[in-house]
Design a protein around this ligand. Structure first.
Ligand SMILES: Nc1ncnc2c1ncn2[C@@H]1O[C@H](COP(=O)(O)OP(=O)(O)OP(=O)(O)O)[C@@H](O)[C@H]1O
Length: 338
């Protein structure tokens, strides 16, 4: 029987070998995703979102990376799998859409051939169906004139068309989980909504799970069911999209929401989080990671951040206790909110 959760990640940590020693980039990530749902992972650049996604895909170099914990994809353990055994999962159970199609696609190979290679790695479709499947996919992702496109190279297509091709490759073998890592960042604003709609259309049709990695909280509000906020390699808050926007708790989440342009913030009041995510060598988990980023947190609150996530209400998880004492400094907001 199909398991309800397509992804079940428990206590996932990833460390990279840097200058001869392993340094952790993500710590004890617990995340799960049901079929048919969209999980958004948000956080600033360097917070560890892609490192987690790459672990789910089994794409980290095993000689340079230590991964611990458990990642079940449709009940099958991914951690520890390499080579052919991982390749057979990748593509058939999980497909990934990368930020930049130009670097993800092979510049020297025709589009049709690239899709065919993906089909050939798996036994989902028999060889005599490859050609019809390629055309079916190109049509599904909205490529006009697929007959011409199969014989073209990536550089001959526009950015939006390249991203559509990458989506076709990612879904070629009908994966149950689609990971989209900033799938629209490299595209023109006008094309962004079309690509996002396409991903969601495919997701609904297949009842697939989607992990959407994005900086764009507007997109999150629109499409996500669950949101996980990451900072410096840890999850700091995880809950339903409604709860996150209506009742954010962690000081870092609240700073992120304040720093995003939205209907509620007057543009002059847009908050800028000071500093940036610390580099791996500077992350010290026995010290307060948030001090530099949320500087007005009360002194006692700064001391009580623990490393544990607690379920503060049904399905609402927050790291530490500091949120209980956190107050934003006065900021002018529309509607007189303080
Ligand atoms: N292969 C690697 N070797 C060493 N360090 C790495 C490697 N990949 C990522 N890192 C480091 O791990 C941390 C997390 O990076 P990651 O790319 O996962 O963040 P991110 O949240 O996805 O950022 P972005 O939004 O910019 O993609 C960063 O400090 C990054 O420099």
């Amino acid at each position: 029987m199909e398991s309800e959760n397509i992804l079940e990640a428990k206590q996932v940590s990833v460390a990279f070998r840097i200058a001869g020693k392993f340094q952790k980039a993500i710590y004890d990530i617990d995340l799960s995703l049901k079929r048919g749902e969209v999980l958004a992972i948000v956080g600033e650049s360097g917070s560890g979102k892609s490192t987690f996604a790459t672990a789910v895909m089994g794409l980290h170099n095993p000689n340079q990376t230590q991964i611990t914990g458990s990642i079940l994809l449709d009940d099958e353990e991914v951690i520890g799998k390499t080579g052919d055994s991982m390749a057979s999962i990748r593509g058939s159970k999980v497909g990934m859409i990368f930020q930049n199609p130009l670097t993800a696609l092979n510049p020297l190979m025709k589009i049709g051939q690239q899709i065919k290679e993906m089909l050939a790695v798996h036994d989902v479709y028999p060889e005599n169906q490859y050609e019809s499947r390629i055309f079916q996919l190109l049509e599904q992702v909205g490529i006009p004139n697929p007959k011409r496109v199969v014989n073209q190279f990536p550089h001959q297509l526009s950015g939006g068309m390249r991203q559509r091709v990458m989506i076709a490759i990612a879904i070629a073998n009908d994966p149950d989980l689609i990971i989209a890592d900033e799938p629209t960042t490299a595209l023109d604003v006008t094309i962004q909504a079309q690509i996002l709609d396409l991903i969601l259309e495919i997701q609904k049709k297949k009842n697939a799970g989607v992990i959407l990695i994005t900086h764009d909280l507007g997109v999150v509000a629109e499409v996500a069911d669950t949101v996980a906020v990451m900072y410096a390699g840890q999850l700091v808050e995880k809950t339903s999209v409604e709860e996150l926007f209506q009742n954010p708790k962690h000081p870092y989440t609240r700073s992120l929401l304040r720093s995003n342009p939205s209907a509620e913030t007057v543009s002059d009041d847009l908050y800028v989080i000071p500093g940036s995510v610390p580099s791996l060598s500077k992350i010290e988990y026995d010290k307060d990671l948030f001090l530099a980023r949320v500087p007005w947190m009360k002194e006692e609150a700064q001391k009580v951040i623990s490393e544990k996530m607690t379920e503060i209400s049904s399905n609402h998880f927050v790291r530490g206790q500091a949120w209980k004492k956190f107050e934003f400094p006065d900021q002018k907001l529309k509607g007189g909110e303080k």
